[in-house]
Design a protein. Structure first.
Length: 159
């Protein structure tokens, strides 16, 4: 397992434990996936993409002289999942990649892949391909990318 995957695993375990300590009613008994952090080159463009195209809401902003971090979640009552954190290095004005770390893709469950892809196309967002039905796994899949080229997988499950 490469170093970046190990660090993501341990970071998610620590975040889960910290969350449990901040909320005494929550007791983490097993490791839980907490967040995915991706580097971006333009924090405003990335935020606009994830808010307008996927419906995520900004939950926190940590703006220091060295970097900006934004935490995004789905709206209350919507999808429950790990938090997405966008990070941008202000000193270089570019993304902060970890040495050797590359993210394959970020997957989001959506209610209707076809409708989501139509909405993305209408706003000139490039789709990787037409949505595909994967009958073996009972899922419909669509692909796109965010403004920094991070691959986004859109999943719709069915029976």
């Amino acid at each position: 397992m490469n170093r970046s995957l190990i660090s993501i695993f341990f970071a998610s375990m620590l975040a889960s434990a910290a969350s449990a300590q901040n909320n005494p009613a929550t007791h983490v008994r097993t490791p839980q996936f907490a967040f995915v952090a991706i580097s971006v080159s333009n924090i405003d463009a990335a935020l606009r993409f994830y808010q307008t195209q996927l419906g995520l809401m900004e939950q926190f902003r940590n703006d220091t002289p060295k970097q900006v971090e934004l935490g995004l979640d789905f709206p209350p009552g919507g999808t429950i999942g790990p938090r997405l954190i966008l990070t941008m290095n202000k000193r270089r004005g570019a993304a902060m990649p970890d040495a050797g770390a590359q993210l394959s893709r970020i997957a989001f469950y959506v209610a209707d892949v076809d409708a989501t892809c139509r909405r993305l196309r209408a706003t000139d967002v490039n789709l990787g391909c037409q949505p595909i039905d994967d009958h073996k796994y009972k899922v419909k899949v669509g692909f796109t990318s965010d403004p920094d080229g991070n691959r986004i997988e859109l999943l719709q499950t069915y029976d």
